[in-house]
Design a protein around this ligand. Structure first.
Ligand SMILES: [Zn+2]
Length: 455
């Protein structure tokens, strides 16, 4: 049965405009002028609510199988649907087994069955010694790979040095798939940490943690990655850029045509080091949240187009692992839980910076939908409201004012640095491939998300 989704504010190629989206089965078949439903189609008139494409979050740690007590498909995808995200791409390290070969990918596929509220895909892992497994993993339908240049915190996910990166890139070159990299290098972090320990630094202080992960770790990693992307002519993607000091380096490389793309995360655009209380380890992530001037430079880079996209890096753990009682930044597990909050947080932040709704939603479409969809090989299918795309539609009320409380958090553990944040904008409904999955009364129907297998 055909459905006509209509509103006076639909995100089109030209910005918010009155439009009607015709959805037949799972796909949008027509995106055109505001009009009545054609004969036989059901009209869904959303008045002047904003209609956005389902958002795409290409950086999420789902942790299942193996660490489902940290997070899992059911809870992560539920949080996604609540927040208007219809596609998640899972990071390969926090699950057991880690997604570093085809058998592990099959385990993940089995674990996801019947649990996902939204569509998903899985990044594969590049770790020390698995270069030979990469072509087969690529052939199994993943959109790309992820690696670390520094300890990942997970024993089964060993970081790679330049020699191992070279082996991996030589294998990846023919696949056309991107390599996503956690761009911090160990040397500067080790040196800074040792100096802080020798000086008797107070590890309850946020300033100590910040000093232990200096900008230099990101700068050195990014310089290496630019060199390798240029040499191997293989797409490299910098995940969670936190240091604005790396921006000139990246802009210069991109101007020269080096195939390198960049994301930053919602937490680096919302929080600032100056405001993080000592001992508040729910803010711990790596690279760390840096200062206010750095934050504003990241915003400027997004605006100029030298950062391509915004993801969440949603990475929860059981609350006890945050060791909030001691408040020791060196002992707490790193990772910020935020899935479901990105859209209102970003809209609130843009409004605070004087941006109007139209300009803000155009940027949301680019940074949180179209951009990550392209990275994950899903251009034209996800992240855009055009004919041929999946019928993933988000109904957003930009005026709702609310304060983040535990009942708003749909992921497994209700610990997040966003608790208490005063936000604007709420997702009212989320539709996945033509069927509603979230609405006023919560989740709707069955969890029928599926894996987006690259063909
Ligand atoms: Zn991550």
């Amino acid at each position: 049965m055909a459905q006509a989704f209509r509103s006076t504010r639909v995100l089109t190629a030209g910005g918010l405009a009155p439009a009607t989206l015709l959805v037949e089965g799972e796909h949008i078949t027509e995106a055109g002028a505001w009009k009545d439903a054609p004969a036989g189609a059901t009209l869904r008139d959303f008045g002047d609510a904003v209609l956005l494409p389902g958002l795409v979050d290409s950086h999420v740690h789902i942790n299942e199988p193996g660490r489902t007590e940290w997070e899992g498909f059911a809870t992560a995808t539920r949080a996604a649907a609540w927040g208007g995200v219809t596609t998640l791409v899972d990071m390969p390290l926090n699950c057991v087994p880690e997604t570093t070969n085809v058998e592990a990918l099959e385990d993940k596929r089995a674990a996801a069955k019947g649990q996902a509220w939204v569509d998903w895909a899985a990044w594969g892992g590049v770790v020390r010694g698995n270069a030979d497994a990469l072509p087969e993993l690529a052939g199994a339908g993943i959109p790309g790979f992820k690696c670390f240049l520094i300890d990942s915190g997970i024993d089964g996910f060993a970081w790679v040095d330049e020699a191992e990166l070279r082996l991996a890139l030589a294998k990846l070159r023919s696949t056309g798939l991107p390599l996503l990299v956690h761009a911090e290098i160990a040397g500067p972090v080790r040196a800074a940490t040792e100096a802080l320990r020798a000086g008797g630094a107070d590890w309850r202080k946020y300033s100590t943690y910040l000093a232990s992960r200096p900008d230099a770790a990101e700068l050195e990693a990014i310089a290496l990655l630019i060199r390798l992307a240029e040499e191997f002519k293989t797409a490299i993607h910098i995940v969670h850029l936190a240091s604005a000091q790396a921006l000139p380096l990246l802009a210069e490389a991109r101007d020269r045509g080096v195939p390198i793309t960049v994301e930053t995360c919602v937490q680096y655009l919302w929080f600032a080091a100056e405001d993080i209380p000592d001992g508040a380890t729910e803010f711990k992530c790596a690279p760390p949240i840096r200062g206010k001037a750095n934050r504003e430079a990241l915003w400027a880079a997004l605006e100029e187009g030298s950062i391509d996209m915004v993801t969440t890096d949603h990475s929860p753990c059981p609350p006890a692992m945050k060791r909030r009682d001691e408040g020791r930044w060196d002992l707490a597990w790193g990772g910020i839980a935020s899935l479901g909050l990105a859209l209102p947080v970003l809209w609130t932040a843009m409004e605070q910076r004087g941006m109007g709704l139209n300009d803000a939603m155009v940027r949301v479409g680019k940074w949180m939908a179209g951009g990550p969809a392209r990275l994950a090989g899903l251009s034209g299918q996800k992240g855009v409201l055009v004919a041929g795309a999946d019928g993933d539609i988000v109904v957003f009320d930009p005026d709702a004012a609310w304060t983040v409380a535990p009942e708003h958090l749909q992921f497994r553990h209700k610990l997040s640095p966003y608790l208490g944040a005063e936000l604007r904008g709420r997702v009212k409904e989320t539709w996945l491939r033509g069927e509603q999955v979230f609405g006023a009364d919560g989740m709707v129907g069955l969890a029928r998300g599926r894996e987006l297998v690259r063909r």
